[in-house]
Write a protein that binds this ligand. Structure first.
Ligand code: PLP
Length: 370
């Protein structure tokens, strides 16, 4: 069994994907070809926003968002410490200061209470200016936007939704990618909607941000490609990746149903043994990962592995403990919940094309923990 079986998915969609790729090879518009525009229209439609702007990867999508918000040195950007490195990396890369926030123990997402605490601490210290929040839809579950938005309004902060793992999630029928002022996603192969290489996108309803991001992603272009009006990036989505994504997006709703079915079965069986992930009322997860935690996670993982069931540990090190962020001078125990999760979490295989045989094998392994 593989942790993520990308081959099974390709087999299922092979004819349509091959045809799409062949079309690109035939028309030869490898950069910003017609598939890119078509995909952007479909993505905006799916997410329910005015603008979807594709780019080279999910990290650049975040960087482009920070550029649109004019984030610079002296700005404080609040983000979770229990997430993938890129969420805070882009903040430091922009010259701004990441201010870490603890997690909620049941959803694994940013804790709104800890967020407000960190905002107040930052105001008291008076060293950096409040600017924005990057909330992460960790493991597929949208962050608590209803509460985070209240805090953001109270302190005049912008919100960026990092939906790299959240694409396909929902709160009250509103889709991930539409929360906050700007949202981003990643099409890295292992994400809920993945391509066959690197890719990303930015979503917004704000026309001004959209114009800026379209310029920044192509060397800060003006009306003409060789009229550069600002310093930007080279961050476009390849036409071939757009072609792949167009076909994958067609099947994505079915994949989500399959993932949710598996998650439901895991919950039924494993909640008797481990701490299973909570999905709050009216929230929907895209199940980028099915992540549980237990104080004995290392030996539990060993049992799974000895039965040929792969597991992964996302993420073993919180960002405030990463070597690259040592300069921020956090103490190991500043974020007790994030610390507990980073010690105890493990993820089980979940994907839209898992065989019933593999699902049954994982479910029946519960007897090993009786
Ligand atoms: C994967 C990921 C990113 C970065 O996406 P890339 O496409 O790999 O650059 C950013 N944030 C989160 C939460 C991620 O999981």
């Amino acid at each position: 069994m593989q942790f993520i079986d990308l081959e099974a998915q390709y087999k299922h969609l092979k004819q349509r994907i091959d045809k799409r790729i062949f079309n690109v090879l035939t028309h030869g518009k490898y950069i910003m070809g017609p598939e890119v525009k078509e995909l952007e229209e479909r993505l905006a439609d799916y997410v329910g926003v005015k603008h979807a702007i594709t780019c080279a990867n999910g990290t650049d999508a975040l960087t482009l968002s920070l550029m649109a918000l004019e984030v610079k040195e002296g700005d404080a950007i609040f983000c979770p410490t229990f997430t993938f490195f890129a969420t805070a990396e882009v903040v430091a890369f922009a010259g701004a200061t990441p201010v870490f926030v603890d997690s909620d123990v049941s959803t694994f997402n940013m804790c709104p209470v800890s967020l407000e605490k960190q905002i107040k601490r930052t105001i008291d210290e008076g060293k950096v200016k409040l600017k924005a929040i990057i909330a992460v839809d960790l493991f597929g579950l949208p962050a608590n936007y209803p509460e985070i938005t209240k805090v953001a309004k109270k302190y005049g902060l912008k919100i960026i939704e990092d939906a790299a793992q959240g694409f396909g999630g929902e709160i009250k029928n509103q889709r991930a990618g539409s929360f906050g002022d700007i949202a981003t996603t990643s099409f890295f192969p292992a994400k809920p909607l993945g391509c066959y290489g690197d890719g990303g996108a930015v979503f917004t309803n704000n026309d001004d941000y959209a114009e800026l991001i379209k310029s920044y992603r192509i060397h800060g272009k003006g009306l003409d490609k060789y009229d550069n009006v600002r310093i930007g990036l080279n961050s476009r989505l390849d036409t071939i990746q757009a072609a792949v994504l167009l076909e994958k997006l067609v099947d994505f709703p079915n994949e989500l149903i399959a993932r949710n079915d598996i998650a439901k079965k895991y919950e039924e069986v494993f909640s008797c043994y481990f701490n299973t992930p909570a999905v709050p009322f009216l929230f929907k997860s895209s199940w980028a990962q099915y992540t549980l935690y237990d104080s004995d996670s290392d030996s539990i993982r060993a049992v799974f592995h000895s039965n040929s069931i792969p597991t992964m540990k996302y993420y073993p090190t919180c960002l405030h403990e990463q070597t690259a962020f040592k300069y921020l001078n956090y103490a190991e125990n500043d974020f007790p919940t994030a610390k507990l999760l980073s010690n105890q979490v493990f993820s089980l295989p979940i994907s839209g094309y898992m065989s019933n045989e593999n699902i049954e094998k994982i479910l029946s392994s519960c007897i090993l923990f009786d």
